[in-house]
Design a protein around this ligand. Sequence first.
Ligand code: FAD
Length: 510
Amino acid sequence: MSALTRPKLSSVKQKPELPPEIYRQAVDQADLAISITDIKANILFANEAFARVTGYDAEEIIGKNESILAAEQQTPPRLYQSMWDDLAAQRPWSGKLLNRKKNGELYLAELTISPVVNSQGNTTHFLGMHRDVTELHRLERMVRNQKVLIESVVDSAPIAFALLDQTGRVILDNQEYKKLLSDLQVKEPAHTLLDSLLPLWHDALVKEPERCVFARREARIDRVGGRPRWLSVSASVIEIHSDDEENCFNIVQQRGLLLAISDVSSLREEQERSRAAVMQAVLADEERTSAIREGLSAAIFRLEEPMNVMASAVSVLYRRDPLSAEALDRALAASREHLELLRQVIPHHAQEIEVRTNLNEILRDVLEISTQRLLGAGIVVDWKPAITLPPIIGRPLQLCMLFKALVDNAIEAMNIKGWKQRELSLSSAVDDQCIVITISDSGPGIPSERRHKAFEPFVTDKNGTGHHIGTGLCRAQQVVADHGGIIDLEASKSGGCRVIVEFRLDGDPI
Ligand code: FAD
C-alpha cells in the first residue's frame, strides 16, 4: 500500500472491546437460568437465576449432570432423543421439559440448548437457558380448558349461533349452525336470514350495528325438494376485542352481531297444515259461490243480447203495429225487471283484509290442496321456490284462488286421454324489485293467436277443443290487477302453457 493511499492512523475506528468480566457479569445476573456444560451435559457453570429456579447453589451443582433436573419417568424418552439428535447435528434445541427442583417440587422448564462450536468446527460445550413456565402453562391450560368448555356448551345448545364481524364475516359459529349450513345449502345462512329479515343489514352493520338489533323475527326458508323451514332469529350487538399483534398495546374493540337462530318448523308446520285445511274448505265454498256468480252473470249477459235485438225490433214495430209493439214493450220491461232481480241476487265477493303474505306459503298451500287431483292425473310436480321471499301486502284467499285456478287449468290441460307428458313446474323468484311466479305445464298449450282472447270474460274452450282456459283466467287477471301486478301467457319449453305473474315489492302497480 503506498503512503498516499494508507489511511491516517487517527481516522481508523477501533471496535470497542467489551471486557470479559462484563460477559461474565451479564450472564451471572441475567434473569434466565443459564448453565454451561461439557459435551456430556456435565455442568461447568450455572448463574444465580439457575440457583433461584432449581434450588441448587452453584457450588453443589457444578460437576453434576443436567439429568439431575430430570423428573424421572415424566418426560418421554423420545423427547431427549430428539434433543440429543439436534445437538449432535450442531443444531440448537428448544422445548419444554418437566424438571424437579432440589426440594422435590416439579416445574415446567422452557429450555433452549445451543452447541458451542470451536474454530475447528467441533462442539466443545453446550449453553443451556431455561425459565420456569409452570404458572404460564397453568394459565394457558386454564384458558384452553375454559375455551373447550364454552365451545362444548355452545355446541351442545339446540340453537344455532353465528357471530359476524362488522364486515359481515362469520368469525364464530357452533355445530347447529354448521348443520344449518349443510341443510340449507346456501353460502352463508346468516346472510340469507339477514337478507330476508333486514334487507339493509350490511350497510347498517358497518355504520351503526345497533340498527341491526332485533328479537325473535321469523324467516321462512323454502328448499328445493324439501319441506320449508321456519327459523326464529334474534340479533344482538357484542363487543369483540381484536387479537391482532399490531393491537397488542392498544385495546381495539369493534362491534359484532351475534345471531341466535332457533328452529320453529314443527310448530309452524302444524299451523300450516291446519291453515291449508281451512283454506281448502273456504276455497271450496268460494268456488261454489263463484260458479253461481259466473253462471248467473253469463246467463244475464246472454239474455241481454236477444232482449236488445227485441228492443230495436219493437221500435220498428211501433210504426206499423203500435198495439203489438206496446204489448211487446211491456213484456220487455217486465223481463228487464226480472233480470235486475236476478242481478241483485248475484252473490258478492266476500271482503278480505290485506295482510303481509308470503307467496311461497300460498303456492305450497295450493299444491297441498291440489295433491289428490295432481296424483289422480299422474302429474309430476317440480316446485322451485326462491329460498326466501319477501312478503307482499295482499289478500291470501284471493291469491290462493288465483293460483289454484292456474294450477287447475294446467291439470285440465294435461289430463287428456292418451296425453303422455304430464309435468307441472312452479317457481318463485325475486327479480328487480318484483316477485315473479311462473306456472308451466306440458299440455297442448294455447295457440298464439288465441292467447290475447284468453283473458276475456266467458271465453272457454274446455268443452270444445280441449284447451284449458275458462272464465278462471278473467277472474285471475282481476285478482292480479287488484294486487297491482300483471299476468301474461306464453308457450312453455315443451310447447305447453306458461303463466307468468308479477307483483311489485313496493306495492306500486306495475
Ligand atoms: P440420559 O441417559 O441422559 O439419556 C437420554 C437419551 O439421550 C439417551 O437416548 C441417550 O443416548 C441420549 N444422550 C444422553 N447424553 C447424550 C450425549 N452426551 N450425546 C448424545 N446423546 C446423549 N434434561 C432435563 O431433564 N432437564 C434439564 O433442564 C436439562 N437441561 C439440559 C441442559 C443442557 C445444556 C444439556 C446439554 C442437557 C440438558 N438436559 C436436561 C438433558 C440431560 O442431560 C439428560 O439427557 C436428560 O435429563 C435425560 O436424562 P436421563 O438420565 O433420563 O437419560
